[in-house]
Design a protein around this ligand. Structure first.
Ligand code: 5GP
Ligand code: ZN
Length: 112
């Protein structure tokens, strides 16, 4: 999708610090980390704006994303635990309208 920051990252038009990529999914460090470890996990295709639009047809993709998150958390040394956040819509403060999951690790504060 034109004018989508994450689509531009997938295409290599905006640089990123990539930590994982497969046919469906890409993961890279957030440019403005909100935790000691802050990685964004996204579907490479701009299929959904947010989790609000998820339906049964996306079940395999969402399951795959959570598997990737679990693998990354291990690789990134988050033995102590981690948090997965997906902002959906303006009240949640979503700024990039391309489905994404924040993987937050390290010592975290309470949830807002
Ligand atoms: P949202 O607020 O939509 O849930 O999260 C969007 C996230 O994307 C924010 O945490 C923001 O820091 C991150 N972000 C925005 N632009 C870029 C960018 O160009 N590169 C990277 N790596 N992260 C970005
Ligand atoms: Zn996009």
């Amino acid at each position: 999708m034109d004018n989508c920051i994450f689509c531009k990252i997938v295409k290599g038009e905006i640089p990123c610090k990539k930590v994982y990529e497969d046919e469906q999914v890409m993961a890279f460090y957030d440019v403005a980390p909100a935790a000691p470890v802050h990685v964004l996990v996204i579907p490479k295709e701009h299929i959904l704006e947010s989790a609000r639009a998820v339906t049964a047809e996306h079940a395999a993709l969402i399951g795959h994303i959570y598997q990737v998150i679990a693998k990354l958390a291990d690789e990134l040394g988050l033995e102590g635990g981690y948090r997965v956040v997906t902002n959906a819509g303006p009240d949640a403060g979503q700024t990039v309208l391309h489905l994404h999951f924040h993987l937050l690790g390290g010592k975290l504060g309470p949830m807002a």
